[in-house]
Design a protein around this ligand. Structure first.
Ligand SMILES: Nc1ncnc2c1ncn2[C@@H]1O[C@H](COP(=O)(O)OP(=O)(O)OP(=O)(O)O)[C@@H](O)[C@H]1O
Ligand code: SF4
Ligand SMILES: [Mg+2]
Length: 335
């Protein structure tokens, strides 16, 4: 069995609009080791969702994957390139219907308002497992219990609107995990919930991940959540990964000025309780991607003639399990 469950290589995804091609993901490469949690982090609009939707091949018109590979290594020894699988192929159906599960930001996108919770979970089970209706109901009750829903038997007949937001997201997590996916993608799964519920749901995902050994691609804009949830991290900026490595290495000693700024703007981790200013400037839009290093208009370490010309810097291994895409990283960090 391949030790990686997912290998994304030079992924490029664009939207073809009236204004031309908008390159939302511009050459993204990462891998996710089986049984681990990889956090994908970055400010709004940096391409986290487009990357994860690309893995599931859920990019809608006018968007399209224009290059790269997305290799999914299954537990039974197959390798599927979801970037190029035929839209009507059985493999793509398999990928979307069980090999990979996704938890979205807003639980209602994953739930049908007109079917009971029980029906929806049982349908997911019956679609992928050869069990009877009674077995499916037992599995559903088990899973609802596991995700911390009180009185799971009674919940089966309830409808999504009868549950609170936090309970709904627990149902979605139960649905996503009940078929034992090889890969779980969680795209900001707690943003729609209030703060105390957020913490509970994050803990729950982490516990279930550890118990079931699920491989998870976890998306968030919050480095604090990365510290809590992930083993490895990839930091994105304007459709590219700018820093990558183990959470321990990257958060302890970030080497990219963008990651350093993200970390400074985080109240909890930087050791101060007051809210610090967010990073200077705003993310440029995709119509005006800066030449050279995409972060250069906002970077404190910017050097004219070096940072603002040529192609975007490539990731370079600067320490054990730690890669950075910044031409001045060594100099700035005294390496
Ligand atoms: N259908 C679309 N048409 C045109 N541009 C799009 C479309 N969907 C996404 N984009 C653009 O692609 C870029 C990446 O978007 P994406 O949704 O991946 O960001 P994100 O990192 O997930 O941000 P957030 O934290 O806000 O969810 C953005 O600039 C966005 O405007
Ligand atoms: S390449 Fe230059 S602009 Fe980009 S992060 Fe490094 S120092 Fe800053
Ligand atoms: Mg998103």
């Amino acid at each position: 069995m391949n030790k990686n469950v997912l290998e994304v290589d030079d992924l490029r995804t664009s939207f073809f609009t009236d204004e031309g091609e908008l390159q939302a993901v511009r050459g993204v490469t990462f891998h996710l080791e089986r049984g681990r949690v990889l956090g994908l982090v970055g400010e709004s609009g940096c391409g986290k969702s487009v990357t994860s939707y690309s893995v599931m091949r859920l990019i809608q018109e006018p968007g399209r994957i224009v290059g790269g590979q997305i290799l999914l290594h299954t537990g039974d020894g197959r390798t599927l390139d979801t970037a190029t699988l035929n839209e009507k192929s059985e493999e793509l159906y398999e990928v979307r219907g069980g090999l990979v599960s996704m938890i979205f930001q807003e639980p209602m996108t994953a739930l049908s308002p007109v079917h009971s919770i029980g029906n929806q979970i049982c349908e997911a089970i019956l679609l992928h497992q050869d069990v009877t209706q009674a077995d499916a109901e037992r599995l559903a009750v088990d899973m609802l219990g596991k995700v911390g829903i009180p009185g799971p038997e009674e919940r089966l007949s309830q409808y999504p609107h009868e549950l609170s937001g936090g309970m709904r997201q627990r149902v979605v997590i139960a649905m996503a995990l009940v078929c034992k996916p090889e890969l779980l993608i969680a795209d900001e799964p707690t943003t729609a919930l209030d703060v105390t519920i957020q913490a509970q749901v994050l803990r729950l995902i982490k516990e279930l991940q550890a118990e079931l050994g699920t491989s998870v691609l976890f998306i968030t804009h919050d480095l604090g959540v990365i510290a809590q949830m992930a083993d490895d991290v990839a930091v994105m900026y304007l459709g590219r990964i700018v820093e990558q490595g183990s959470v321990h290495a990257v958060l302890k000693a970030p080497l990219h000025p963008y990651t350093q700024a993200l970390l400074r703007s985080l109240p909890g981790l930087s050791g101060t309780r007051e809210r610090l200013a967010s990073i200077e400037g705003t993310v440029p839009n995709l119509r005006e991607i800066p030449p050279g290093c995409p972060f250069h208009p906002r970077c404190e370490a910017f050097k004219e003639g070096l940072c603002d010309t040529g192609a975007a810097p490539e990731l370079e291994e600067l320490a054990a399990d730690h890669r950075v895409a910044c031409v001045r990283a060594k100099e700035v960090n005294g390496l």
